[in-house]
Design a protein around this ligand. Structure first.
Ligand SMILES: Cc1cc2nc3c(=O)[nH]c(=O)nc-3n(C[C@H](O)[C@H](O)[C@H](O)COP(=O)(O)O)c2cc1C
Length: 177
């Protein structure tokens, strides 16, 4: 993956993929699938995620004030689902799935090396409503592989994962018109 211009960071998730959110505080870390994610603004580059207070990642984001969005393709869907069935509080999700991680550049968190795109985010505001926290954050560093060209994903090449609900998922197909 290569660094991408932050003005294009929102386009990593503009098409609504399921992401895996990674976060760390002290020696604890986790990798949590989050389908409720969205771009908020392109300049400055802002994103938001909705996280249940019950999830371990919620505590880690509260404490570290940062998180990372990992965008993965369809070949990893089983591993992503597994990461959503257990908690990083009890389980090492990297060992469990056989995935690999590396260190983020600007925040103290890991990212998944199997990702095609990664957005490192610093928390700027938390909106708490009912049993969830909406974390609004600024992307401070972003990277993507060669499927992200000229500031956006190459629709003919990416196969991102999109969550319909329950255990149903679809992937992408570029439309010609
Ligand atoms: C496909 C999928 C999408 C999910 N989307 C969300 C979401 O948007 N927000 C959320 O709080 N939890 C979501 N979850 C649930 C968490 O991923 C799950 O509770 C996870 O085990 C929490 O891990 P943690 O305790 O290590 O943070 C989703 C799970 C799956 C499988």
């Amino acid at each position: 993956m290569k660094k991408i211009d932050l003005k294009y960071a929102y386009r990593l998730i503009n098409h609504g993929p399921l992401v895996v959110v990674s976060a760390r505080y002290n020696n604890s870390e986790t990798f949590t699938p989050i389908s409720w994610n969205m771009p908020v603004e392109h300049e400055p580059p802002l994103v938001a995620i909705t996280v249940s207070k019950e999830n371990f990642v919620d505590q880690l984001i509260h404490r570290s004030k940062s998180f990372c969005l990992n965008i993965l393709e369809a070949e990893h869907v089983r591993r992503i689902i597994r990461m959503g069935e257990v908690s990083g509080k009890d389980v090492d999700k990297i060992a469990m799935t056989g995935m690999s991680k590396a260190e983020c550049k600007k925040i103290n968190a890991p990212y998944l090396l199997q990702s095609i795109g990664v957005a490192e985010c610093e928390l700027i505001k938390t909106v708490t409503i009912e049993e969830v926290d909406i974390f609004i954050a600024r992307v401070v560093y972003a990277r993507a592989n060669d499927k992200f060209k000229n500031g956006l994903w190459d629709g003919s090449r990416i196969r991102t994962v999109h969550h319909l609900g329950k255990y149903k998922f679809v992937t992408t197909k570029e439309l010609k018109y």
